[in-house]
Design a binder for this molecule. Structure first.
Ligand SMILES: C[S@@+](CC[C@H](N)C(=O)[O-])C[C@H]1O[C@@H](n2cnc3c(N)ncnc32)[C@H](O)[C@@H]1O
Length: 213
């Protein structure tokens, strides 16, 4: 699970770009330990609602613990492929999730179906092989498609969404600091003083139709 991670900045960039605010109803798909759900809860406030969905019941328990102080967070065990919420949301979000699923287009379409007309689907996924430690490309054999970020803008369009914007951001560093700690947590290997570029995270902002012909 990714905790207190250095990818907070790309998250903030995306949420600022949408002007997510008080009272928004949102879903975080593949919520993991709940980092994004808590960040969203702070922004949407008590008048908003954050559904934190994950297929793993352990993730639901971790999110419920992380978000114990936020009554607006509801942690649910559900597969993204079966996503179904009690109400339409303004934003369906996922990060580091489509890289693990068999059919990212159908998950994006499911997220789109959970959103109100004119609402947002935002995905943030890596191009793992574009990351570097000491100039050597990173890999993640455990992921189904560790480079899915490189396809993301096209996948969003194939899911029937309007592609409003897309970009990539990559945290970088050398020597002790948050980037080295993050990498060590993830891989168990201390990168020492090697230069690091973490996998660029591609963000896509997709929008559903307005429903007005
Ligand atoms: C690498 S973690 C990312 C967690 C979180 N999104 C973050 O960025 O910190 C991937 C999460 O996606 C969940 N996941 C993977 N495939 C899923 C699916 N098909 N449906 C729902 N959750 C899924 C996993 O259980 C895990 O908690």
């Amino acid at each position: 699970m990714l905790r207190n991670d250095v990818y907070r900045r790309p998250l903030a960039t995306a949420l600022d770009r949408l002007a997510v605010g008080s009272g928004w109803r949102v879903v975080d798909v593949g919520a993991g330990a709940g980092d994004v759900a808590v960040a969203l809860a702070e922004i949407v406030g008590r008048d908003g609602r954050v559904y934190a969905v994950d297929r793993d019941p352990v993730a639901r328990d971790e999110t419920a613990r992380a978000a114990a102080a936020y009554s607006q967070v509801l942690a649910i065990t559900q597969r993204a492929e079966d996503l179904q919420l009690p109400e339409p949301v303004d934003l369906a979000f996922c990060r580091f999730v489509l890289m693990h699923v068999d059919d990212p287009v159908s998950v994006l379409a499911r997220m789109a179906a959970a959103v109100r007309p004119g609402g947002w689907v935002v995905a943030q996924e890596p191009i793992t092989s574009a990351g570097r430690i000491g100039g050597v490309a990173l890999s993640m054999p455990g992921a189904r498609d560790p480079d899915v970020g490189a396809l993301l803008p096209a996948l969003v369009r194939r899911a029937g969404l309007f592609l409003e914007d897309a970009w990539a951001e990559a945290p970088a560093g050398a020597g002790p600091g948050p980037v080295a700690s993050y990498l060590e947590d993830l891989t168990g290997v201390d990168p020492g003083d090697d230069p690091i570029v973490l996998p660029p995270l591609v963000t896509v902002l997709g929008r559903t139709g307005s429903g007005v012909p």
